[in-house]
Write a protein that binds this ligand. Structure first.
Ligand code: AMP
Ligand code: MG
Length: 546
């Protein structure tokens, strides 16, 4: 049964019902100790308008089309109306930012409305981002601009459909209010349209949520939050006795490490760069969370980061994400140490991360090439040589893997550059004016690689004989997307939305629901980045300003 009126949504606010609240109710920036959250109401917006919603998230919550189309929906998800059963609050957490302990951070512009019981019977947080200041806003305004809200809304849904663990997004509204932002922190502040995204997850608890009480020696709060998190989201780890002891905490940490490793493998598979992997942006569920200056790898370049704030150190570049995963887990291990009481199991879990990531990465790269597994060092070399070739000349990662699946390689003796370089040709930059062409040597090296790849495919159990190329294509197409949220596509949609035309946001949203399908008529959303977007702000360079 779908709900037509939002007032029928049922809430079970287990987080705020069971964890200690900040007794101070005034909405003033302050340190908050001994509490997991502060009560705070969204400020309410002047003239909210619904830009887009996710049909899948609405269905998860049991909301009908009528509910979504109602004025109440827009009002609630702009923070202008608080429903009965909701109990809005902001979470308290800390974090390590760019390698340094930053102390208390908290939800500076996120307000949890409450935990709605969804159609799966479980409580899902509904969280507004950009709905006004909270006790954790520090010197900032608690608001969000349309540009960053479009990016969060589209990307979280795109990631979900790609099969990457992520927080979800129910809705995107403009607020009718303007927000002042200095996009590149260069002394050029501008008024921008304000917006609010409603994010949805089973938990918004971060690594930094545990680090903060641990840093204050507040082991009582640390334990309460850990027990709550385990009971609510890792129930399978709770023994029949119901007693959560040191062994359970250790097993839980190992599970978080595994999930984090798996997430890094996924990001590597689709070419996602988070951009700000601070410990306050690491979900305890192993979901992608806090979409800020993220970017999609276009030219394959492990050293690339979209985040201009990180351009110097490149701490959060594509190729460093798995190592940063460990770095962050070590911070979490330190925080959980008082509960585990022993470093050995924590260390074992960290070591387990390394093993799980390498095995996961190898398995993932094998599937990207249509192979059952990387069997030996020669297979690993085949993959590494391909990656080297991809960095040797600007090569679009998404297009290359998608097109590799389309090159006929079954029972081919001698390769023909016209046919067998097609995947590279499609992915290379260099056909546009002003861009550099691949050299003859590079072409020859790519063809030689294709020859090795063909030879390897011939040894694959079910990739010979009739239909082998089609079978390989089907396999590869299931893991190599045709459509990702290319940086410039998001920017083009944002520019239109800024002018009041939401059609491009909606077109992207719809296309990204089926990223692994060919979608005739939507080829323009699968194109290599055009030259004009190379150095345009928003297309390849982003800052934390949002
Ligand atoms: P981020 O790097 O976006 O994850 O943000 C780091 C911290 O700054 C978090 O505590 C955010 O809630 C806070 N923050 C970021 N932007 C704003 C803003 N406009 N208003 C208030 N707090 C913010
Ligand atoms: Mg954050």
């Amino acid at each position: 049964m779908l709900i037509d009126d939002l007032a029928e949504l049922r809430f079970d606010n287990r987080f705020s019902d069971s964890l200690p609240a900040d007794p101070q109710r005034m909405n003033l920036t302050r340190p908050v100790e001994g509490a997991s959250f502060s009560w705070v109401r969204p400020k309410g917006m002047a003239a909210p308008k619904l830009v887009a919603h996710s049909a899948e998230v609405a269905a998860l919550l049991g909301l009908s089309d009528k509910a979504v189309a109602s004025a109440r929906f827009t009002a609630v998800f702009a923070g202008s109306e608080v429903l009965p059963g909701m109990a809005p609050f902001a979470m308290c957490y800390g974090g390590h930012q760019f390698g340094h302990w930053a102390g208390q951070l908290g939800d500076g512009r996120a307000i949890n409305l409450g935990q709605a019981i969804a159609t799966d019977g479980k409580p899902w947080y509904l969280q507004l981002k950009g709905a006004g200041p909270t006790p954790y806003s520090r010197t900032a305004d608690g608001l969000a601009v349309l540009r960053s809200s479009v990016r969060e809304f589209l990307c979280s849904e795109a990631m979900f459909h790609l099969g990457v663990p992520t927080t979800r997004a129910l809705s995107l509204v403009t607020t009718g209010e303007e927000v002042m932002r200095d996009m590149f922190y260069d002394g050029n502040p501008q008024w921008e349209k304000g917006a609010v995204v409603c994010r949805v997850s089973r938990s918004f608890t971060r690594f930094g949520s545990f680090e903060l009480p641990a840093s204050r020696g507040d082991n009582e709060l640390l334990k309460k939050l850990a027990d709550h998190t385990i009971t609510e989201c890792f129930a399978e780890l709770v023994p029949a006795s119901g007693v959560i002891d040191a062994g359970v905490y250790a097993a839980w940490f190992a599970e978080v490490a595994n999930r984090t490793a798996d997430l890094m493998v996924h990001w590597g598979r689709v070419g996602f760069v988070h951009g700000v992997m601070n410990t306050d942006n690491m979900s305890i569920l192993g979901e992608t969370i806090d979409y800020g200056p993220y970017g999609w790898l276009e030219d394959y370049d492990p050293d690339w980061t979209p985040n201009t704030t990180d351009a110097g150190g490149r701490r959060y570049a594509f190729g460093k994400q798995s190592q940063i995963g460990i770095w962050n887990l070590v911070r979490l291990a330190h925080a959980l140490h008082p509960l585990v009481g022993d470093t050995a199991p924590l260390q074992a879990a960290i070591d387990g991360y390394g093993a799980r990531y390498s095995a996961g990465w190898r398995a993932m790269m094998a599937t990207k090439l249509g192979l059952e597994e990387l069997r030996d060092d020669a297979d690993l070399e085949l993959v590494q040589d391909l990656l080297r070739l991809m960095s040797g000349h600007e090569t679009d990662m998404t297009l290359l893997f998608r097109e590799l699946a389309r090159v006929p390689l079954a029972e081919v003796a001698t390769l023909d550059p016209l046919v067998h370089l097609a995947a590279f040709e499609a992915a290379w930059h260099g056909t546009e004016e002003g861009a550099e062409e691949p050299t003859d040597e590079h072409r020859a090296a790519c063809l030689a690689w294709m020859q090795r790849y063909a030879a390897r495919l011939a040894t694959e159990p079910d990739l010979s004989g009739e239909g082998a190329d089609l079978r390989r294509r089907a396999r590869m197409d299931a893991v190599n997307p045709r459509f990702v949220l290319r940086n410039y596509l998001a920017q083009v949609a944002i520019d239109a939305a800024d002018e009041g035309d939401n059609s491009k946001v909606l077109e992207l949203l719809d296309t990204l629901r089926r990223p692994y399908d060919e979608q005739p008529g939507r080829e323009h959303l699968a194109q290599r980045r055009p030259e004009w977007a190379r150095s345009r702000p928003g297309c390849s360079m982003l800052s934390c300003s949002s």
